[in-house]
Design a protein around this ligand. Structure first.
Ligand SMILES: [Mg+2]
Length: 392
């Protein structure tokens, strides 16, 4: 099953409302769909998050094509070693989503060739459904409660909101409003995206803990593991590493430093599904649960990773997804993805088990050409700001 060609298609799918975080925002999501053709007629599908930009992902895919063409799609370890060592791509984290899309498409091909869903190739089911959180857009405290209620009524167990805004009192008020609206059983996860100083993190988290927190994600810089370990020792809520733990090498350092209670892992940030499994395995050995981070993904990438998560025991928390924000998707039969009680069921087809909906792919490829600037991680308004960090 020799690879004969790579076809990349960037698409832009609108959010229902803007995503806002400590340093920027975006109106929707850009993904790069990747189709990998083979000489036996099968086509594998992959997807890369447009990180750090769609242009970079497209350039990466173009550049690694000579290392992939003619290779046997079953030989995934060999292909990844060629890309990373011969191609020297392992030095550059920003290239990872493009490489991950190639690897994802190869796994889709392997599943199709074997007549098996991916979950059966990654260890088999330890769970039937994979759980995701409900993403609450940043809003004034008076408005965010209604969104929290909507998430709970839709069956989501975990509500996620960004904190680390310029005024920590507003963050605290938002958490209080979410708790009031969502009731005592909802799990509330906050993510500061590295914005706080250690003293701010300890002080603000203590205030928020009055309302009950599930996890505090990356409260301080992910580049300073001693500071993470210090904050972890001073707060009662489990600390979730994210910016600190994007690759397996980073995760090893987080484990060594005792810097987190839970570790975010991400195939997009570390070159593929096989590495997602390896990340979880390394954390399992260290006694740590994991969850999947997402830069924003559509149905191909969401379901590809869900197969691995369903086959891996220590994915014990709701994973990052964009269910509450995305208005649509690009896979057949999903507009947007069909979450039930905050969970996705695995597709039962071979490989990832999804098909691209050509009409919607065309529509969102056109939207990408017209409006992608507002959908990127570096939308124009964010580019004019210079954050002063850490926030005290
Ligand atoms: Mg995060």
């Amino acid at each position: 099953m020799r690879i004969t060609g790579l076809r990349a298609t960037p698409v832009a799918v609108p959010f229902r409302e803007d995503e806002l975080w400590a340093y920027g925002g975006r109106r929707g999501m850009v993904s790069i769909l990747l189709e990998v053709d083979t000489d036996d007629g099968l086509t594998g599908i992959g997807e890369a998050s447009a990180y750090p930009s769609a242009d970079i992902v497209l350039a990466v895919i173009r550049s690694i094509e000579p290392l992939v063409l003619g290779e046997d799609a079953f030989a995934i370890e060999r292909i990844m070693k060629r890309i990373n060592i011969i191609g020297t791509w392992h030095h550059v984290k920003a290239t990872s989503p493009g490489i991950a899309a190639v690897e994802m498409a190869c796994w889709d091909l392997v599943g199709k060739a074997c007549g098996q869903p991916l979950v059966n190739l990654f260890g088999g089911r330890v769970r039937d459904r994979v759980e995701y959180f409900y993403y609450l857009s940043r809003k004034p405290a008076a408005e965010i409660g209604a969104d929290a209620r909507r998430g709970v009524e839709a069956g989501f167990r975990t509500l996620y909101l960004k904190v680390g805004s310029d005024d920590p009192r507003e963050d605290i008020e938002r958490v209080e409003a979410v708790r009031d609206a969502a009731g005592p059983d909802a799990l509330i996860r906050v993510d500061a995206n590295e914005a706080w100083s250690s003293s701010a993190a300890i002080r603000v988290v203590a205030e928020m803990e009055r309302f009950g927190l599930e996890l505090v994600e990356q409260p301080v810089s992910g580049r300073n593991l001693a500071e993470m370990a210090y904050v972890r020792s001073r707060i009662a809520t489990p600390l979730l590493a994210n910016e600190a733990s994007w690759t397996r090498y980073d995760q090893l350092e987080v484990i060594r430093a005792g810097a987190a209670d839970v570790v975010s892992v991400d195939n997009q940030m570390d070159g593929g599904l096989l590495n997602l499994k390896r990340s979880a395995g390394m954390c399992e050995v260290a006694g740590l649960p994991v969850l999947k981070h997402s830069l924003g993904e559509l149905g191909v990438a969401m379901y590809a990773a869900a197969h691995v998560m369903a086959a891996t025991p220590n994915f014990l928390y709701a994973n990052q997804g964009y269910a509450s924000l995305l208005s649509d998707d690009i896979v057949v039969g999903a507009s947007p993805l069909p979450y039930v009680d905050g969970c996705l069921e695995l597709p039962t087809g071979h490989g990832i088990g999804v098909e691209l909906d050509r009409e919607r792919v065309d529509r969102y490829a056109e939207l990408y050409l017209k409006e992608s600037a507002a959908f990127s991680f570096h939308e124009s308004e964010a580019l004019t700001r210079t954050p002063e960090l850490p926030k005290l």
